[in-house]
Design a protein around this ligand. Structure first.
Ligand SMILES: Cc1cc2nc3c(=O)[nH]c(=O)nc-3n(C[C@H](O)[C@H](O)[C@H](O)COP(=O)(O)OP(=O)(O)OC[C@H]3O[C@@H](n4cnc5c(N)ncnc54)[C@H](O)[C@@H]3O)c2cc1C
Length: 294
């Protein structure tokens, strides 16, 4: 039996990629699969591997630029794995739990650690895969174990050492799908103080970043030991406000590209490439993309 027959109830065909990514560009995906359990993720990967079908994992789509055309790769979308369970100073969370919900639930439970992610969109799986963070901290500071399904369908538990977390990076085995994580947090006495801190972080972001347009957050990583952030380097290269088709580089924050008028992925890609070239010419630095271009 093929994977399509095996998991037919979980498959959506001919899916509009725009609906799945926060920058709202892209064409169509032939197949999107929404497994309901980690075992279903395993069964799917085992079947895809056996049939030689490539796949990609999509979480909240807040750091992905899909192509304009038709994507043949199967999209694995573990959004239904969205559990949340507190056990003392630990929480067990599903990969599909939205990160803002994780922040809210932990704050309410008086558990600090992931409050540093206030305002970061996406899902827990994507946050772990990208080692999401802010200037207040990163998710790797709270990760104790990560449950994955490997390309052959088997289950594995990975430690922070296995994942070799780095700035906006985790080392995942090829094709692995994160299904959940155990986070170790620290209990606080004053829950209202923790919630106030989350509120301040959100306010900070809303003042510094574009919040009313479709985008995928920062296009580029900050250079290592930065004298200047990627945003400053892009600003110095005169990129603020540069546009192509329906996409433009934000006039507020040069590291954000925005979809302002039904942009194509090609418009966004052109701006990314133009930004790379102009920064290289102006500052002699090759900036690295944070966004994953598919
Ligand atoms: C307005 C805005 C602000 C942002 N601010 C920040 C910020 O302050 N800090 C920050 O770090 N990021 C920020 N981002 C980027 C983004 O939100 C984070 O990187 C986020 O953690 C990505 O999660 P996601 O679920 O959306 O991942 P996706 O975009 O869906 O995927 C990102 C990558 O992770 C992989 N992936 C996703 N889920 C899984 C899984 N379950 N198993 C294996 N691999 C997986 C995907 O294959 C892809 O390579 C921002 C984005 C936006 C739109």
């Amino acid at each position: 039996m093929s994977w399509e027959q095996d998991l037919s109830a979980r498959i959506r065909a001919d899916v509009d990629l725009k609906e799945l990514v926060t920058v709202r560009v892209g064409g169509r995906a032939r197949h999107l699969v929404v497994p309901q359990t980690a075992d279903e993720v395993g069964a799917l990967l085992r079947a895809l591997t056996a049939e030689g079908r490539p796949w990609r994992v999509l979480g909240g789509g807040s750091n992905v630029l899909p192509p304009d055309g038709v994507l043949d790769d199967v999209i694995v979308h573990p959004k239904a794995l969205d559990g949340f369970e507190v056990a003392g100073d630990r929480v067990h969370v599903g990969a599909g739990l939205p990160t803002p919900r994780l922040v809210a639930l932990c704050s309410r439970a008086g558990l600090a650690g992931v409050h540093v992610l206030a305002g970061v969109p996406g899902q827990v799986g994507g946050a772990v895969a990208m080692n999401a963070g802010t200037r207040h901290g990163e998710i790797c500071d709270s990760v104790e174990r990560v449950s994955v399904r490997l390309a052959d369908g088997s289950a594995a538990e990975l430690s922070p050492d296995d994942l070799a977390f780095d700035y906006r990076h985790a080392r995942l085995p090829e094709g692995a799908v994160i299904c959940g994580a155990t986070l170790r947090l620290w209990p606080v006495d004053d829950t209202s103080e923790l919630r106030r801190t989350v509120g301040c972080y959100l306010k900070e972001r809303n003042e510094a970043q574009p919040t009313r347009t479709w985008n995928f957050g920062c296009m580029f990583k900050n250079p290592p030991a930065p004298e200047k952030t990627a945003g400053v380097l892009l600003d110095l290269a005169g990129l603020k406000g540069l546009s192509r088709g329906g996409a433009r580089i934000s006039p507020i924050h040069a590291n954000f590209v925005e979809n302002v008028d039904d942009a194509k992925a090609a418009d966004v890609l052109w701006l990314l490439q133009e930004a790379e070239q102009r920064v290289l010419a102006r500052s002699g630095l090759q900036i690295e993309r944070e966004v994953r271009t598919w």
